[in-house]
Write a protein that binds this ligand. Sequence first.
Ligand code: ZN
Ligand code: ZN
Length: 271
Amino acid sequence: MGEDSSRERHAIRHGLRAWLMATAGALTSLVFPGGCRICDELLTDSRRVPICQDCLASFKRVPSSLCEICGRPLPVLAQDRGQLRLCPACQDKTYAFDRARSFAIYSGALVRAILLLKFEQIDPLGAWFAERLAELVQSSGNFVADVIVPVPLHRQRERERGYNQAALISNPLAKRLHLPHKTVLLMRTRARPDKRILSLEERWESVRGAFATRPGSQVDKLRVLLVDDVMTTGATLDACAKVLREAGASSVVALTVARAARNPLPSSVEW
Ligand SMILES: [Zn+2]
Ligand SMILES: [Zn+2]
């Protein structure tokens, strides 16, 4: 009997200690939000973006010398100053969108940050990216739009993930620009195949016809601003722009947070 109650007391003490430790852990993580999700550096300020200032500052901005249409970085050439500068793809009128721009080059810490957004629904990070895109809109002056549309995920993919990472960026952007956020205008009718098993050519093929405007949605004469996390070949934005144009959109411009550093062209042109 005596032994039993002592065992009981021991069990209670043990339980209490575990509870105290768990509570203390929860409190600690409230006060100290943990390290930077990219470099592990302790986060010292109270901002809710879980990435330190150094990592945020390391994102490499897209250089100012770029293709007027797709925003692809171009070499600086003194002689064509003042002329419309177009990359080979845009000289061939490759894209159905009118203009595309990105915040930074898809490399280094930004790759990790974009991955974070893909696998965790970190709203403050989406909002931080939206601020950068809003700055692009304000400084460029030619991103006029009536509605903001995130590049959609396939229904099944969105159900698995629980959210669309492009919408984590486009939603706060729409709020900042005081524009309606239309998540149901476009839909992805075909799931994205695994990019790693596709050649460039196949990647273009895979998104062709993968999007549609939702039946009954009003697109006619709308100026649409498309938003996505990364632009690589531009095939996805092109496919979205095509269906929006076919549905009557009067213009389609696109913004992405990141731009692939190696920016392969849809044709075989190497330059
Ligand atoms: Zn960091
Ligand atoms: Zn171009």
